[in-house]
Design a protein around this ligand. Structure first.
Ligand code: TMP
Length: 256
């Protein structure tokens, strides 16, 4: 008899289920797309499958580099097994080229290369719309300790260096991205590890030659062609072959 899995949490694009062993969680990638704090919503068939694959690919490479992440293994088309963490309530944003909210806030033209990469923090709180904060807020309100902030900064710089190179090698500019970290408890020890996902939902990716957007801005800005753009990212990363559309209806991808 099939047993019902315990649902731990449902977010805008993912569902978390209790994992098969203590300390593990199953992440299910939905096809739901939201923007502007869920004011705009749609279901985009195939998005979850592609994000599961792309995030798996990037987290595996980061694990290989010795960067600690929550990723254990992909389970099937839409799901991956991860280590359970307590999410640190910060959205860490890295910017290499001015775009999005920073371009708007500071009146900088989108596409302007930044003289150095900029790391921003937002407080992860949907009710407040994830407001931009300073490091002082983080320590004053105890959202993360100074040691955790140091670890996050060091890992974030490594992740940006690695990902910028990885995408440049396939003709894509890594404009900016958002990552999240968690606390992994092991007996008396707690360590900070990369959690959540890295996918075209959480990055801005521009084609180097044409500057075409290959990320969730296609949905935010009503440009269309989101799945095709994510497929192209996956194809260039070498994780989809030519007939592989990243859609569950295609028999080629039904195997896990
Ligand atoms: P922003 O320019 O809108 O602040 O976005 C910066 C980066 O963070 C961009 O790559 C998209 C990503 N992002 C998320 O992953 N989740 C969000 O809720 C927002 C607002 C941005």
């Amino acid at each position: 008899m099939n047993q019902r899995r315990r649902r731990i949490y449902e977010g805008k694009a993912k569902i978390l289920y209790e994992g098969p062993e203590p300390g593990t969680v199953v992440v299910h990638f939905k096809d739901d797309a939201t923007a502007f704090n869920a004011e705009k919503k749609a279901v985009i068939e195939g998005k979850g499958v592609l994000n599961n694959r792309i995030s798996e690919f990037i987290f595996e490479r980061l694990n290989d580099l010795g960067l600690p992440t929550h990723f254990v293994k992909r389970l099937n088309m839409r799901e991956q097994l991860v280590r359970e963490v307590e999410i640190i309530p910060l959205e860490v944003i890295v910017r290499n080229i001015a775009a999005g909210s920073m371009a708007k806030r500071l009146g900088i033209e989108e596409g302007t290369a930044l003289p150095r990469s900029i790391i921003e923090f937002c407080y992860k709180n949907d009710e407040l719309g994830d407001p931009l904060i300073a490091e002082e807020h983080i320590t004053a309100f105890g959202w993360a300790s100074p040691q955790e902030i140091d670890d996050i900064m060091a890992m974030t710089i490594r992740i940006n260096d690695f990902m910028s190179g990885m995408f440049a090698a396939i003709g894509i500019k890594l404009v900016d991205f958002k990552i999240e970290f968690g606390r992994q408890y092991e007996g008396d020890l707690v360590r900070t590890i990369l959690a959540d996902e890295i996918s075209p939902d959480s990055c801005r990716l521009w084609d180097m030659k044409t500057s075409e957007k290959m990320d969730k801005d296609r949905f935010r800005r009503d440009l269309g062609g989101l799945v095709e753009a994510y497929q192209e990212v996956a194809r260039r990363l070498g994780i989809l072959n030519e007939n592989d559309q990243g859609k569950p209806s295609k028999p080629t991808l039904v195997k896990s």
